[in-house]
Write a protein that binds this ligand. Structure first.
Ligand SMILES: [Zn+2]
Length: 89
């Protein structure tokens, strides 16, 4: 699932979501030109939104923590070996 991008204008509080950073940048440029007469408002920014699916927060927490990643990989290896032994005795 890809990242999405959000453009927020700090002056008029406009928010729009985009499938790519380039698309968000294009909207930002058009908005600044059309609404703010070419002057960039304060707190105007594009943010990157990570993909949302069940377990994403837990998965990223595990991957960012080296001890948790080591334990998770060790458990996966043990479980994988047990499944291998069960399927191919
Ligand atoms: Zn604005």
């Amino acid at each position: 699932m890809p990242y999405t991008y959000t453009y927020r204008c700090g002056a008029c509080r406009t928010v729009s979501k985009h499938p790519s950073r380039l698309d968000a940048r294009s909207t930002q440029t058009d908005h600044i030109r059309a609404v703010h007469h070419g002057r960039r408002p304060e707190d105007d920014r594009i943010t990157e939104n990570p993909p949302q699916y069940p377990g994403y927060e837990l998965l990223t927490a595990i991957v960012r923590s080296k001890p948790a990643l080591t334990v998770a990989l060790a458990l996966a290896a043990v479980l994988g070996y047990r499944i291998y032994q069960t399927l191919f005795p």
